[in-house]
Ligand binder design. Structure first.
Ligand code: UDP
Length: 234
């Protein structure tokens, strides 16, 4: 597969065309941003870790019947994926209170939810990714009602699979963000699943092994990403 022209460069990844119009080449960067780009930095080898972590998790989800954009790894920091029309909705699933849910509800970080909570955010840098609901998605024509139904069902299924998998690795899956895309009219999982997009805490020590170490200047950021890859590779 040949790497063609650059189609897009985002905060964490670059997308290149390939000779197949249905496939794109994704290169994961070491650049790190938080608070919608207001905090900038870089995490050594993050691109490599996130590429490989995402590949393992996409493979796991595919095995369990979740359609994803993943086609295969092509390099240490590169993967081949199906070219999708991204749905402009960020889907967050939560199992434990943290981050913006703690702020919004006044509940303390670490409180375990009796059932997972699903949230939608409008994927818009100008608007700072505001919180939205199903009616807003319909109003803004971001997805059809049928697509929203598919997205919710897939997001909860993904949560079930990842929760169990991470638990076996001694990790608590606190929350995570997903993005979905349309491929030949069908909803499939896109983007990445990595410590950039998930909160992962060590089950025993509650140590944070995710991007919160960068957001909150906690240090040992690279080690945390490397540790997640090490555990899920076993
Ligand atoms: N998240 C993400 N990208 C975003 C916002 C959130 O990947 O633009 C992830 C984040 O890493 C966490 C989950 O979604 O795992 C929930 O994030 P939250 O709403 O608490 O916001 P945050 O505190 O991360 O800004």
């Amino acid at each position: 597969m040949q790497k063609g022209e650059k189609l897009y460069e985002g905060k964490a990844k670059m997308i290149f065309a390939t000779e197949d119009p249905d496939l794109v080449w994704v290169e994961y960067k070491d650049d790190a941003t938080a608070f919608n780009g207001k905090k900038k930095g870089s995490i050594e080898d993050k691109g490599r870790y996130n590429n490989q972590i995402s590949a393992i998790l996409f493979n796991l989800l595919e095995e369990k019947g979740v359609p994803t954009h993943f086609k295969g790894l092509i390099g240490a920091r590169e993967m081949l994926v199906k070219k999708v029309d991204i749905v402009l909705v960020e889907v967050v699933v939560r199992n434990i209170i943290a981050g913006s849910l703690a702020k919004r509800t006044g509940l303390e970080e670490g409180v375990i939810l009796s059932e997972p909570v699903l949230e939608f955010y409008y994927k818009s840098d100008e608007l700072d990714d505001p919180f939205i609901n199903d009616d807003h998605i319909k109003m803004l024509k971001l997805a059809t009602e049928e697509q929203v139904k598919d997205i919710k069902k897939l997001a909860f299924k993904i949560n079930d699979i990842l929760l169990g998998f991470m638990r076996e690795k001694g990790l608590d899956l606190v929350d995570f963000k997903l993005e979905f895309g349309l491929f030949h009219g069908n909803v499939i999982l896109g983007d990445e699943i990595s410590p950039d997009t998930c909160r992962l805490w060590d089950t025993d020590t509650h140590q944070k092994l995710d991007k919160d170490r960068f957001r909150r200047d906690m240090g040992d950021v690279e080690d945390a990403y490397q540790e997640v890859l090490r555990r899920i590779s076993e």
